[in-house]
Write a protein that binds this ligand. Structure first.
Ligand code: DC
Length: 224
């Protein structure tokens, strides 16, 4: 069994690369950001201010988050309802950033994340996978890219989806989210000491996937 932890800031290409690498390796891909987004969506739906710590914590006992894998794609279920589309709305991003700062929310998701890794060969991406969730992962990668490159990628993606947004706004949002994720008290985003640093600024998606697969093969050979 091999678990691969991929951490890094928003928009570094973790999910696209992890998804493709998992398919090549025959691993499951677990996107932990989707779980925080589902909790953010649950708060938004209830009209709870996502910065209202007590309100968010009081809601947690009413929530059940689970994952379903349909044709290899991860779907996130909130109390049994597939919210995979809703969690990608822009307001869900900031809501996820807010709720993920709460230790109670992180503790709420810890068991689910560890159980998925224990039961499967998996690539799990997030912010604290190598540092907190899977400290013994067989391979840890810290995938990053400059804020400008990440904003440009997001800009192009939104144009392709027919929902363009201002580049400067996107850049500002990315810098704000990086700051939130890196400066929170609980499980801040940081590179694990034993993680391989992979900067995707000048790499294509294919090159990133190849590098992850090569590192995975090395890790598998080392433990064989
Ligand atoms: O990866 P993403 O953009 O879908 O993540 C959404 C938010 O959730 C982001 O602000 C960081 C947070 N997050 C986290 O704190 N820990 C994780 N393991 C994954 C995501």
């Amino acid at each position: 069994m091999l678990d691969i932890a991929i951490d890094g800031p928003s928009g570094a290409g973790k999910s696209s690369a992890a998804k493709l690498a998992a398919a090549k390796l025959g691993f499951i891909y677990v996107d932990t950001g989707a779980m925080y987004r589902a909790i953010g969506v649950a708060a938004l739906r209830r009209g709870i201010d996502t910065q209202d710590k007590d309100g968010v914590i009081a809601m947690l006992p009413e929530l059940e988050i689970s994952l379903a894998f349909i044709e290899g794609e991860q779907h996130v279920l909130l109390n049994g309802e597939d919210v995979s589309k809703e969690i990608r709305l822009p307001q869900a991003s900031m809501a996820a950033s807010h709720v993920s700062a709460l230790p109670e929310v992180r503790a709420f998701l810890l068991d689910l994340q560890r159980r998925l890794a224990a039961e499967n060969d998996c690539i799990m991406d997030g912010r604290d996978i190598g540092t907190v969730i899977l400290p013994d992962a067989g391979l840890k990668i810290y995938l990053t890219a400059s804020p400008e490159i990440r904003a440009k990628r997001r800009y192009d993606e939104l144009i392709a989806r027919g929902t363009p947004q201002d580049y400067d706004e996107l850049l500002k949002e990315i810098i704000q989210r990086d700051y939130n994720d890196m400066h929170r008290e609980t499980s801040p985003l940081k590179q694990a000491e034993d993680a391989v640093l992979l900067d995707s600024s000048d790499l294509t998606l294919e090159q990133v996937v190849d590098r992850i697969c090569a590192l995975a093969k090395e890790a598998m050979e080392a433990t064989a």
